[in-house]
Design a protein around this ligand. Structure first.
Ligand code: A3P
Length: 288
């Protein structure tokens, strides 16, 4: 399959198929009890999706095992010819759980109008960039990343699909001031999953007995999600995601960036982060 080139929508690069259906996506009708799970790509979205479903299903692993995650939770801006779609979401009964990687300004207006709850998951920029680089290799719907150096340049310039990481994490951070958004960090989830799972349950207004909490922690460890075909994306055809190139569930750690970044690249990112996120109060941990 030839890799499609992304297209700009309001200045942000998106998949061609997203751009082609933008009219439909932007007019998406959110319902007040929709839950939107949102992130910049490779921030731990799938992890939060599975945890959230497990909480809402009271720790019932069978219910979560009924279908691959991308079937259970439509990916708003991706058409069903690849994974899922707006039409698929329209057909779902309430309450719905939906996934998006859209930045604040591109999220369909109905989500704000309906005051839908949103869970945002963010991950430090260095590990996100590395994970995204590997993901470009295995995900044939994304452009060829070139070398690591080339990819990093494009990533820093926001010239990758879903745009600038800095603008994404910052605008969602600011959006939580006037909207019900639970802003989570991948590093916190690695450090203390029980605490972060409890936060999600509280945000959803659900009780979480200790036995169920422990079952959720166990079910959503990296190793268990990596070996679970309902969460590891191996059910997609290899023409879309080729796991022999790089697994979707690749390493699942904090600090993998140290294997790839030069000292100069690391310092450059620190400088850009300080400049772009300065004054926001938003900080990230790059190791635990
Ligand atoms: P790596 O490529 O660094 O391994 P997303 O779901 O947003 O695409 O994010 C994918 C990243 O989250 C991958 O990172 C993947 O391994 C990691 N991940 C997924 N499930 C995880 C889990 N249960 N625990 C830790 N990391 C997880």
């Amino acid at each position: 399959m030839e890799r499609p080139q992304p297209v700009e929508v309001y200045g942000i690069l998106l998949h061609r198929v997203t751009a082609e259906r933008w009219g439909l996506i932007s007019k998406f009708k959110a319902r007040p009890d929709d839950l939107l799970i949102c992130s910049y790509p490779k921030s731990g979205t799938t992890w939060v999706q599975e945890i959230t479903e497990m909480i809402q299903y009271g720790g019932d692993t069978e219910k979560c095992g009924q279908a691959p995650i991308y079937k259970r939770m439509p990916f708003l801006e991706m058409p069903h010819t690849i994974v899922s779609s707006v039409e698929e979401a329209d057909a779902l009964p309430s309450p719905r759980r939906l996934k998006t990687h859209l930045s604040v300004q591109l999220v369909p207006a109905s989500f704000w109008e309906q005051k839908c709850k949103i869970i945002y998951i963010a991950r430090n920029v260095k590990d996100t960039a590395i994970s995204y680089f590997h993901f470009h290799h295995m995900n044939k719907t994304l452009p060829d990343p070139g070398t690591w150096d080339q990819f990093l340049e494009n990533f820093l310039a926001g010239k990758v699909v879903w745009g600038s990481w800095f603008d994404h994490v910052r605008s969602w951070w600011e959006a939580k001031e006037c909207h019900p958004i639970l802003y989570l960090f991948y590093e916190d989830m690695k450090e203390n999953p029980a605490c972060e799972i409890q936060k999600i349950a509280n945000f959803l207004g659900l009780e979480l007995p200790e036995s169920i909490l422990n079952r959720i922690i166990q079910h959503t460890t990296f190793d268990n999600m990596k070996s679970n075909p309902m969460t590891n994306y191996t059910t997609l055809p290899s023409s879309v995601m080729d796991h022999t190139v790089s697994a979707f569930m690749r390493k699942g750690i904090v600090g993998d960036w140290k294997e790839y970044f030069t000292v100069a690249q690391s310092e450059k990112l620190d400088d850009i982060s300080a400049y772009k996120l300065g004054g926001t109060g938003l900080t990230f941990r790059t190791h635990l």
